[in-house]
Design a protein around this ligand. Structure first.
Ligand code: CP3
Length: 341
């Protein structure tokens, strides 16, 4: 499998490519299936339909890996937090976590991980239908990013509610992060047992924290999850994606295979700091997809920086809903062509 070989740093006939949020609203075929499901959460909960949209970008755009269609927030949802996706506003939890009692009331460990049966079923159906040469990527949110939503109750620009907890009640925050981490470990393990070939940990809100707080409240838990998975499944590559921490790269270590570089971190800097220890994934600025010229310029420059290999092409964050499908196809085929050996 080209994709898993690339994750392990082996030589491949070309550099494989996929896009974060590749199954989504920019595809008219996705919108049709979502309509059939009724809404986004129903789509996540219906394995046959979730598998269908997981496979769409492989067939339509030509990416080298499929990523499981789900959402990071199904984990806190199955820990007992009622979740809604409100049009135009995004995800909202009805009762955010405020106290130690709230954390203790959440379902934890195996009981929570075992409730995510619809995810495991989606993986099984997808793996059966997916081209055996293409990888299926499973994923979870990092404990910090999940906890941010659980405490804030919704997306935030300032992170003041969750950061107030960090500085006024770190014990509560660690209690929550530990509980979430224990579920994430079993959740990723169950995904591997169901058939995913690679797992990615999304830490979308990494950049909300100063360096010392990031290491203590996020990276420590990511490392712990990676060690747990690596000890049991040494052959399954792990990708980490802490978004926006280009200034903290000197402190990054741990038992994972691929480091996802976000669009704000220069690829050459990531290569200098991490390239000898980890394969790098990324990092085209997603808004360049609005222009083929801008796409070509960045793909060429990334390919040049990474010409020795140890690279997986991706965007530096998710694809946006109003990107023309044709431009996404252009990006994918250009990455594959330009790196052909
Ligand atoms: O990458 C993929 O194609 C796989 C599917 C996937 C989704 N969400 C589908 C989705 C993945 C890997 C995620 C992860 C996710 N979800 C993250 C981490 C990645 C990142 O982008 O930083 C985060 C922070 C979330 C939480 C979340 N889910 C938000 C903030 C939103 C609303 C924002 C928006 O774009 O409207 C979602 C909804 C969501 N998750 C959609 C999709 C396709 C849009 C739902 C729709 O169809 O309307």
């Amino acid at each position: 499998m080209i994709f898993t070989d690339a994750c392990k740093g082996k030589k491949t006939p070309y550099t494989p490519v996929w896009m974060m949020r590749q199954a989504g609203r920019y595809l008219p075929e996705y919108m049709k299936v979502r309509e059939k499901a009724g809404n986004f959460l129903n789509l996540c909960h219906t394995p046959e339909l979730a598998a269908e949209v997981t496979l769409q970008p492989v067939d339509i755009v030509g990416v080298d890996a499929a990523i499981l269609f789900s959402d990071i927030l199904v984990v806190p949802n199955e820990m007992g937090m009622k979740l809604d996706f409100i049009k135009g506003e995004g995800p909202v939890f009805e009762k955010p976590v405020k106290s130690i009692d709230d954390v203790d009331t959440l379902t934890g460990g195996k009981e929570a991980a075992d409730k995510l049966t619809y995810v495991y079923k989606t993986i099984k159906i997808t793996r059966e239908k997916l081209d055996p040469q293409k990888a299926l990527i499973g994923f979870s949110g990092a404990p910090w990013t999940l906890a941010t939503y659980m405490v804030e109750g919704q997306g935030t620009k300032t992170y003041n509610v969750v950061k107030k907890l960090i500085y006024t009640n770190p014990k509560l925050m660690h209690h929550l992060l530990q509980k979430v981490s224990d579920v994430v470990k079993l959740y990723l393990e169950n995904q591997i047992l169901s058939g995913v070939n690679v797992v990615q940990i999304f830490d979308s809100w990494a950049a909300a924290l100063e360096k010392s707080a990031y290491m203590e409240f996020s990276w420590k838990y990511i490392k712990d999850i990676c060690s747990y998975i690596k000890a049991k499944y040494p052959d399954t590559p792990i990708i980490v994606f802490p978004k926006g921490i280009g200034a903290y790269l000197d402190d990054i270590d741990g038992d994972f295979d691929v480091f996802g570089v976000d669009w704000s971190t220069p690829m050459a800097l990531a290569k200098e700091k991490l390239g000898s220890r980890y394969v790098l994934q990324g990092n085209m600025e997603p808004c360049r997809l609005y222009s083929k010229e801008a796409t070509k310029e960045h793909v060429t420059s990334i390919a040049n920086t990474m010409k020795e290999g140890r690279h997986i092409f991706n965007l530096g964050h998710g694809i946006l809903p109003d990107v023309p499908v044709e431009n996404a196809k252009y990006f994918v085929s250009l990455c594959q062509e330009i790196t052909k050996k």
